[in-house]
Design a protein around this ligand. Structure first.
Ligand code: SF4
Length: 303
């Protein structure tokens, strides 16, 4: 998930990249940094056997000398193998670049969606529908107690989904309601569009990773984990919502330390449930890393 991400023409408040876990783990072989469009062009087409780069890569719509520069950049980053054969540069892939992106979901947060904000937003959403870069676009707006949510009365493109939720103290996922389902925008994509989606997903990837349990308070007695599909999300029992890391910190008014008795009540892990939660999430992160290393080792062995 990345915030404030987009293209030159359009920037969204939130972009969610849904990824296949195995292929996402395989992506780690190409490092933690984003791959820009030039690097993507190379790693996606790099051959499994040594070949002259001009024969291996598709003809670019810009001069070959720029491709050569990108090849050197890729080599410096360790994401491509290169060697000289006379005057020629030969290249070979370090591993197949995985097609790791399943879906892109773009979300605009507009807690106060009045008529003039809706008018502005309508043009932007229409652009999203026309370009179909994301699979779905959503508007998240504040829930009201009216019988018909005002957002439904605004003239937004029908393809955009509308979600209402409580914006106070983090987004309450469980009480969020879908007022209007979006239309899937990306059936039968052109390859150019596929490339641009991948560039966007790479930008999200390059923003980096944050382990929420390192910035939150799993040592609070109100801290729990709840499963949402394939992931475990933090849940605050006191606030009855999936809390954000902004509220779940040392300044939280509802913070309650784990009672000392919990730490001695035969918990299998020394230190109580908070420590157990950290260990569990750590193990899951390490398992993902191991999968990536195994993928890399298998690729190297097969060479
Ligand atoms: S009460 Fe506060 S510190 Fe404790 S889990 Fe909830 S948000 Fe985090």
């Amino acid at each position: 998930m990345a915030r404030q991400l987009g293209t030159q023409q359009r920037r969204w408040d939130t972009v969610v990249v849904e990824a296949d876990p195995e292929r996402l783990a395989a992506r780690r072989q190409f490092g933690d940094r984003e791959l820009d469009s030039d690097l993507l062009h190379i790693v996606r087409h790099a051959p499994t056997e040594w070949a002259w780069y001009r024969e291996a890569l598709p003809e670019p719509d810009y001069p070959w000398r720029y491709v050569r520069e990108s090849i050197h950049r890729a080599d410096d980053r360790g994401i491509l193998k290169t060697r000289r054969s006379g005057n020629r540069i030969e290249i070979k892939q370090i591993a197949p670049y995985p097609d790791w992106v399943d879906r892109l979901i773009a979300i605009e947060n507009k807690p106060d969606l009045d008529a003039s904000a809706a008018r502005q937003l309508a043009d932007q959403l229409q652009h999203d529908v026309d370009t179909a870069l994301a699979d779905e676009v959503w508007v998240a707006t504040a829930k009201t107690d009216r019988r018909v949510e005002p957002a439904l009365l605004e003239s937004l493109p029908v393809e955009a989904g509308i979600l209402t939720t409580d914006f106070e103290e983090g987004v309450d996922v469980d009480s969020a309601s879908v007022e209007w389902y979006p239309t899937r925008l990306t059936s039968g994509q052109e390859s150019d569009q596929h490339n641009r989606r991948l560039e966007l997903a790479e930008r999200a990837y390059g923003r980096g990773w944050r382990r929420y349990y390192k910035t939150m308070r799993p040592d609070c007695r109100q801290f729990q984990l709840r499963r949402a599909g394939r992931v475990l999300l933090p849940w605050c029992e006191a606030k009855a919502c999936h809390q954000s890391s902004t509220v779940c910190g040392s300044s939280c008014g509802d913070f309650e330390p784990e009672p000392p008795a919990w730490r001695t009540r035969g918990w299998p892990i020394e230190g109580g449930p908070g420590r157990g939660i950290k260990q569990l999430l750590d193990q899951r992160a390490k398992a993902a890393n191991r999968r990536a290393e195994t993928n890399q080792a298998e690729t190297t062995r097969s060479e």
